[in-house]
Design a protein around this ligand. Structure first.
Ligand SMILES: Cc1cc2nc3c(=O)[nH]c(=O)nc-3n(C[C@H](O)[C@H](O)[C@H](O)COP(=O)(O)OP(=O)(O)OC[C@H]3O[C@@H](n4cnc5c(N)ncnc54)[C@H](O)[C@@H]3O)c2cc1C
Ligand code: SF4
Ligand code: SF4
Length: 408
């Protein structure tokens, strides 16, 4: 093992109902949460303009779903990295930045030595140590609490790998933090939960949950599991034991956050629009610089799109309405599940249409859960573009809910 500090000394986290412990509340000025938090009063239009030079462009319809981007591509590393969640583009970008001396350190997550599924924030200064950070972990960890220690150690040229609620806070404070250079590599994020809850989910999936080494919700409507002995298993979404999970399995934060695709990153590295490959949203010139660093290590192609999302999103909304109202999820008869599970990858939304469907589903969840549980948050927490996303499904803001755009 390398010299990575996997148990940084951090201040305790104050309790807030909507907080994913991004790390700002543990910094020297916790009061900055008021400005930095996407759950308090986010300003996406203002920050998109500050970061990318413009907000999302109404004449480019996909920007309504995915935020500003220069180009979207399907991508994979020609030689996938062992242990990576997909082919390891995220890790490789950070390695290249360190190898070329473009930055002093990378701020990201490593697995907790005593629980491989628990994320722990780390500062990485050697490219070879990035290998330890590969793969996805479920849970929250105070990534941004290591910003001040990094700057105090003289690491002013940084790359940060993070999920949307962490990157929002980073961008809101970027100017006052005083970086010399900053590269932001984002991943999409949805349906995160506490690491403890995630272990309960693994217990439902296998008699030997400790043997599970990998889990991913794939864009072909299957969850892929990998095991210590090299076995792989794909379970159709419809056959997952989701309806037996407790109603608070996903915290309210993750049922109501409004940025699925990490719109403030320089580059977003996901899979939703990739049809089995990775999916890159290159958002600005720094994002282009990052892709160039990969050279011919990365294979790029045009993303595809097929199927129609409306039916899938409408069905999803009916289930969220039941769940938000405290009713059990509507269960499909067992005999029908394998048939629908077989059909969905063939006739359901695929590629970019799948990604659009997921973004709309998340926007619907946000509105329905906030209406039920924290209606007074809607006005300040839900930006205008989210209302545009849910409008085709009959959801409209009333006067008390309508957001006031701070830039108008
Ligand atoms: C909770 C969660 C939900 C996600 N949901 C989606 C989704 O719905 N759609 C989609 O397209 N993509 C989603 N992703 C991103 C996806 O899982 C891949 O991580 C991403 O596509 C990059 O793959 P890769 O092979 O390039 O990553 P790798 O090279 O394996 O690197 C992964 C990076 O992610 C970091 N990381 C891992 N876990 C966490 C965590 N809990 N918090 C913060 N950083 C972490 C690691 O430190 C590492 O730097 C999600 C990621 C997370 C953490
Ligand atoms: S800014 Fe971060 S630490 Fe502060 S309340 Fe929001 S998520 Fe929590
Ligand atoms: S789902 Fe949203 S709130 Fe939850 S961890 Fe991901 S980005 Fe943060």
């Amino acid at each position: 093992m390398s010299g990575l500090d996997l148990s940084p000394q951090l201040a305790p986290m104050p309790h807030r109902r909507l907080c994913t412990d991004c790390g700002i509340s543990r910094s020297s000025e916790p009061s900055r949460c008021g400005k930095a938090c996407q759950f308090i009063e986010p300003d996406y239009t203002g920050l998109e303009t500050a970061v990318h030079g413009r907000a999302r462009d109404p004449s480019r319809p996909d920007e309504l779903f995915f935020g500003p981007f220069k180009r979207m591509v399907r991508a994979s590393l020609a030689k996938p990295l062992t242990g990576a969640q997909w082919t390891g583009i995220t890790t490789r970008l950070a390695e290249r930045l360190l190898e070329t001396g473009a930055i002093d350190a990378v701020l990201t997550m490593a697995p907790d030595p005593s629980d491989k599924w628990r994320p722990v924030p780390v500062l990485v200064t050697k490219a070879e140590d990035m290998a330890q950070c590969r793969g996805m972990r479920m849970g929250y960890a105070p990534l941004l609490a290591l910003l001040e220690p990094a700057l105090q150690q003289g690491y002013k040229r940084l790359a940060i790998i993070g999920i949307p609620c962490q990157i929002y806070a980073l961008r809101a404070l970027e100017k006052e933090l005083g970086f010399e250079r900053l590269f932001v590599i984002g991943t999409p994020c949805s349906d995160n939960t506490t690491t403890a809850n995630f272990h309960d989910f693994l217990n439902l999936l296998s008699d030997d949950p400790d043997s599970i080494t990998y889990l991913e919700f794939r864009a072909d409507y299957h969850v892929e599991l990998r095991f210590k002995d090299g076995r792989k298993k794909a379970i159709p979404f419809l056959q997952l034991p989701l309806s037996t999970l407790p109603p608070d399995f996903f915290p309210l934060t993750c049922r109501t956050c409004v940025d699925y695709t990490n719109v403030l990153a320089d580059i977003t590295v996901g899979y939703m629009g990739g049809q089995g490959e990775q999916w890159l949203l290159v958002r600005n010139d720094r994002g282009e610089e990052l892709v160039r660093l990969l050279g011919d290590e990365v294979c790029l192609s045009e993303p595809g799109s097929a199927g129609k999302r409306k039916g899938a999103v409408t069905g999803f909304m009916a289930n969220v309405e039941r769940a938000a109202g405290g009713l059990p999820l509507r269960k499909m008869p067992n005999w029908l599940r394998p048939i629908i599970g077989w059909l969905m990858p063939k006739i359901g939304p695929r590629g970019l249409e799948f990604a659009r469907a997921r973004v709309e589903m998340k926007a619907i969840e946000t509105i329905l859960h906030l209406r039920r549980q924290m209606p007074r948050k809607i006005k300040t927490m839900v930006p205008p573009h989210v209302w545009t996303l849910v409008e085709p499904y009959g959801l409209k803001p009333d006067d008390a809910e309508r957001a006031v755009d701070p830039n108008m």
